[in-house]
Write a protein that binds this ligand. Structure first.
Ligand SMILES: Cc1cc2nc3c(=O)[nH]c(=O)nc-3n(C[C@H](O)[C@H](O)[C@H](O)COP(=O)(O)OP(=O)(O)OC[C@H]3O[C@@H](n4cnc5c(N)ncnc54)[C@H](O)[C@@H]3O)c2cc1C
Length: 456
């Protein structure tokens, strides 16, 4: 799409993108046999990533915002630009992407192929539904533009949930919307699942009143719906980037006001609540961390360190209590959400659980590797913890996989999966995937989706 001559083009780095693209293509031509890899600075992937070192030509410089058109509410963004970079570039112009995942280092390319979600998803759908076009680097070393209305439309619709196995996005066009200065929050407590999910569904139908809706389940008799609305004026603003902890405020306040920027990153400071594993919720330790280090990247760095030096394994051995990592996001149709939570509480027992509603934005768009029923509201449940176990590894994750299938839900693949190959392809559309693979990666230079998400 040409944006030239457009007075509402308030950011324009298109020449720089074209330059990077030309350099990449020329490097690829010179080194015909080199592996293409992302080689990103950050990651939010919870399964092991193999072959990192093999990457010779990387996309890591594709990390900026290319353009912003405030009139048409579209931004062109490079594939590995983090949402923190994108928000920093767009907010001064009064815009943000229509869906911004919670963690600052999630990238637009990663969230599009990895089925990202946030509290505006009840209005705009999952992250990939906010994308209008993408430039994909395919295994042949070409960059092709994929749009819903061109010859690569099947690849456009097949990219979400392909996790870099069909190509890497070097640029994406994302829909934006105007923002106001502040966000007003209301936290509504419920004590029964039935009422909770019924009310959540009712609020989600009211797209005029609310800009953002999510929630947290602390236990079977303590759960909150968080309704958020943009506002130009705020009587006060709370700050959850220092000593105060955002998720606790849900239990403490019925109403709150925060700046729009702080709302966007409200979950990053404490990595939802996972900062507890790093003692960052202990007041004196929190003070030692300091404001600048209270962010998801810090926890990632500590986690990677512990995992590299096998400290986690050592601690588990000392405690003599085997544990299974259960880090997942699943989407369940709202009418089965109560059943899911009853199961979850009985067999898994992790709390809190993050709750985020989402509905298909365009009923005519079928994303082939992650199909959803356009008539249903889905509830995303996010849970990230370890559970004590006496079973074989994967026991609890398998229980969840079976339950999600039984309740006609979907499971995202950014973390561990235990599906058999047959089951996996039944759930994630083998025929269409193979068609795309044959066309865009005939020599299998990129991994196969099953091998990448389950096999290793
Ligand atoms: C604890 C935790 C909580 C999470 N919570 C949320 C949440 O609340 N909301 C949410 O939206 N998501 C959440 N996620 C999931 C996250 O959005 C996905 O894991 C997403 O894929 C991460 O993107 P990334 O940019 O960090 O990519 P990475 O983690 O680096 O990579 C993820 C996958 O995407 C592929 N990929 C990355 N960039 C590109 C590209 N440009 N082109 C093609 N393929 C690419 C990689 O090959 C890899 O397979 C959570 C993850 C964790 C670990």
């Amino acid at each position: 799409m040409s944006l030239s001559g457009n007075p509402s083009l308030v950011l324009d780095n298109r020449a720089l993108y074209l330059q990077k693209k030309a350099q990449l293509l020329s490097a690829l031509k010179q080194q015909k046999d080199s592996t293409i890899g992302l080689n990103k600075a950050t990651s939010n992937l919870f399964r092991h990533r193999l072959d990192k070192t093999k990457s010779q030509i990387s996309l890591k410089d594709f990390n900026g915002v290319v353009s912003l058109d405030t009139e048409n509410c579209l931004a062109e963004v490079e594939g590995v630009a983090t949402y923190e970079t994108i928000v920093d570039a767009l907010l001064p112009h009064g815009h943000m992407p229509t869906v911004v995942p919670e963690l600052k280092t999630i990238t637009l390319g990663g969230a599009t192929t990895g089925v990202g979600i946030e509290s505006s998803s009840f209005r705009y759908g999952l992250v990939h539904e906010t994308i209008a076009a993408l430039d994909l680097l395919t295994s042949s070393g070409d960059i092709i533009e994929c749009r819903p209305d061109n010859e690569h439309r099947n690849l456009f619709y097949g990219f979400p949930n392909s996790y870099g196995t069909l190509g890497y996005a070097s640029k994406l066009t994302v829909k934006t919307h105007p923002v106001k200065k502040y966000v007003r929050l209301r936290h509504i407590r419920h004590t029964h699942y039935k009422d909770y999910f019924a009310e959540l569904e009712r609020y989600c139908k009211d797209k005029e009143t609310y800009d953002f809706i999510d929630g947290v389940i602390f236990s079977s008799d303590e759960m909150y719906i968080c309704l958020a609305t943009f506002t130009d004026e705020a009587p006060y603003t709370s700050d959850y980037t220092g000593m105060n902890i955002y998720f606790r405020s849900l239990q403490q306040k019925e109403e709150d006001y925060i700046s729009t920027r702080d709302y966007i990153w409200r979950w990053d400071t404490d990595w939802f609540w996972c900062s507890k594993f790093f003692f960052a919720q202990v007041p004196w330790v929190r003070r030692l961390y300091g404001r600048d280090r209270l962010r998801s990247t810090t926890y990632w760095a500590i986690r990677n360190f512990c995992s590299r030096y096998k400290i986690t394994n050592l601690l588990e051995k000392i405690s003599r209590q085997p544990k299974e990592m259960v880090i997942q996001d699943v989407e369940i149709p709202v009418q089965h959400s109560e059943a899911f939570m009853q199961f979850f509480q009985k067999h898994i027992g992790i709390s809190p659980v993050w709750v985020c509603p989402t509905k298909v934005y365009d009923p005519n768009a079928q994303y082939s590797l992650y199909t959803m029923d356009p008539d249903r509201l889905y509830i995303n449940f996010g849970f990230w913890d370890v559970v004590p176990t006496t079973h074989e590894d994967g026991y609890h994750n398998r229980l969840i996989e079976d339950k999600v299938e039984e309740l006609k839900g979907k499971k995202s693949l950014y973390s561990t999966s235990f599906y058999s190959e047959e089951k996996f392809w039944k759930l994630y559309n083998r025929d269409l995937y193979e068609e795309l693979k044959k066309k865009y990666d005939p020599q299998g230079k990129f991994k196969n989706l099953f091998d990448k998400c389950v096999g290793n």
